[in-house]
Design a protein around this ligand. Sequence first.
Ligand code: CP3
Length: 349
Amino acid sequence: MTHELTPSDRFLRSCRGEPVDRPPVWLMRQAGRYLPEYRRVRGDGDFLAMCQDVERAVEVTLQPLDLVGAEAAILFSDIFVPIPGMGVDVKFQPGPKIADPIRSLEQVQGLRAPDPRESVPYVFEILRVLRRELASRQIPLLGFSGAPFTLAAYLVEGQGSAHFGTLKRMMYRAPEVLRALQARLTDLVVSYLGAQIEAGAQAVQLFDTWAGLLGPAEYREWVLPAHREIAAKLDRKRAPLILYVKGGAHVVDAMLESGADVVSLDWRVDLAAAARAADGRASLQGNLDPCALAAPAQEIERRVREMVAAAAPARGHIVNLGHGCMPDTPVEGVLAFTAAVRALGEASP
Ligand code: CP3
């Protein structure tokens, strides 16, 4: 009875909490090393060079649509791509490594405030090409950015870390440095996402992977204001904003106060409780444990049905993982995951 929605309509309606026939599905890090086809295009060259190569970036962005049934395309890039434009030396090994970590106010004041359209023009060219390629298939195109706190975490720590102790000590010992750094990064994120929307991104996701390291009070002080500023400054009528935090079960209420259209949760969050707490303020995205894709197909199907039922009280739901696909994620598991979501539409008349 419900006439068939295009993937773009289904996705954007879900972001805004409008009725849909069934939820859409995509996966964080859906273009990645678990796909042999990605590894072939990737080779063993420089990762940043691949992000700058329009042809290869477009190719790997599109791979998961046909190979694993993803129903949204996310720009192939990395959250650290716009950072060298600030004058920071970043290498990928394969995670970001900062040559000269930021520890002083002088370093923050020395950062450039680039116009991303000039410092990373290829990002917008990739988006424009993708938008043309996707038009006939009506697949939505997503842009993204790292959030100020997570970008600051690597810039201060110098690289990934389990607890980001250097960063957290800076919060207590030199809060003015971290505040100044986050202010610079917030400006960058606003202009970067704004330019992605200009170039054709139909929704944008803000990755605040490490913000869950903070307690609820510290999150409200150090993270929420930046999210609110970004949500307020973007044209969310044109492109809804999705906010992702890893390990954020204790800050879901604050995520819901950010103004984001969609709150993206990891697997530790009780989806049913979050759906009730959202109370119509935001749609939800997530939240299967990426490791669950190692389960037999039937078990993945069961978990997809459970997840979708749990999210039902929310105004909208986008099926996704609680974090990214990993290099050892089985392709069959990803296929079972997307097929299970499509089957939901077929089951109900
Ligand atoms: O989701 C997608 O498919 C789009 C592409 C994308 C990448 N990184 C490609 C990538 C996105 C959205 C990101 C975001 C990102 N990058 C985050 C936030 C989300 C998250 O995963 O928590 C963070 C914290 C980073 C920083 C980063 N980049 C790390 C920690 C690593 C190493 C981890 C790993 O998987 O090895 C990277 C490198 C990276 N970014 C790879 C890819 C495909 C692997 C590099 C390679 O192919 O050699």
